[in-house]
Design a binder for this molecule. Sequence first.
Ligand SMILES: NC(=O)c1ccc[n+]([C@@H]2O[C@H](COP(=O)([O-])OP(=O)(O)OC[C@H]3O[C@@H](n4cnc5c(N)ncnc54)[C@H](O)[C@@H]3O)[C@@H](O)[C@H]2O)c1
Length: 345
Amino acid sequence: MKGNMKKLKIVIIGAGRAGMIHARNFASYVPGVELMGLVDPNMDACQTSAGELGVSAAESPDEFYDQGADAVVIASPTRFHRDIAVKAMKSGLHVLCEKPMAMTVAECRDMAETASSTGKVFQVGFMRRFDAGFQEVARRLQAGEIGDPISIRSLTYGPSIPQPWMYDISASNGPLAEVNSHDIDTLFWYAGKEVEEVFAVAGNYRCPDAREKYPDFYDNVTMTVRFCDGTQGIVQGAQGVRYGYDSRCEVLGVNGLLTVGGLAADTVRGYTPEGFSGNTVGSWRNLFTEAYLAEDIDFIDCIRNNRAPQAGAQAGLQALEVVLAGNRSIRERRPVSLSEIREEV
Ligand SMILES: NC(=O)c1ccc[n+]([C@@H]2O[C@H](COP(=O)([O-])OP(=O)(O)OC[C@H]3O[C@@H](n4cnc5c(N)ncnc54)[C@H](O)[C@@H]3O)[C@@H](O)[C@H]2O)c1
């Protein structure tokens, strides 16, 4: 940043798990910014977190808007994303919105139209696009190392059981949205094509307490994806796997295979009479620490240089369309075309 350049004032809306990753980045590691404060209806927790960072806490973002905030990071529960993002952009702020972009196609379109009519930067939090390994696969694919991709498989298995609010699929869009949005975005990124149709199977294998009240809830899903040119995709998601956080992707091309991700957190192995052991990754927070920071730095660069983000409104919208098609496929036990989802709005 040039010495005389004005610092951009950033506000974090939703000071939970994801919000605090961004808050710490903007407070300490992103150049050229000032973290103004945190917004969260849970004021006790918000004040504690804001106090640790030496910034203000508020229940509503309005006071920060009045004080000249330049940009917000939205990390509230997904159902609030649209209203917060639209208001922020109409108030003249740039937006980095956590994934999934919103709950419905209509909400995503509303956000996309607001971004376009206001000219504000609107970025969706697909931070795997900033992970060095995922980026290298993209570069090598682009360079033609394995020829055209034939099939792309991306999976995310998480250790923790879902939060109870996720049990109601109609209110949360379920694991395809909360867990697999990243995998779906990676498929789009690597294939560079539109999705035509999906077929998904899912079930609840690890959350017996949800079975009676929420028979539609699933904690394990496998979805096949057909792109418009016949490229194949597979997305797999699981929650409550307990052994660690597991994110892997492989691209099979006409001339070879590229893979990224793995189970091991490091290269240390123990060999004893009981067998051998190693460390697994505990959380997405550890696995993607650098990617979240690179994402935040790039958001600021987009604002400063008035350029389009790597994952903007279109990336958020197309991922959500696939989520909704996948959930319908699970419910109705049939392949679902993306045109069905688009035409309904
Ligand atoms: N990019 C990623 O890898 C990643 C990881 C985790 C979560 N997320 C996304 O981030 C969002 C938040 O998830 P989380 O896991 O941090 O949830 P969380 O429950 O840990 O935090 C959400 C916070 O938002 C607050 N909140 C509730 N209503 C609000 C409102 N109207 N305005 C502002 N704040 C409000 C809650 O009090 C809570 O502190 C979700 O959209 C989730 O999908 C993304």
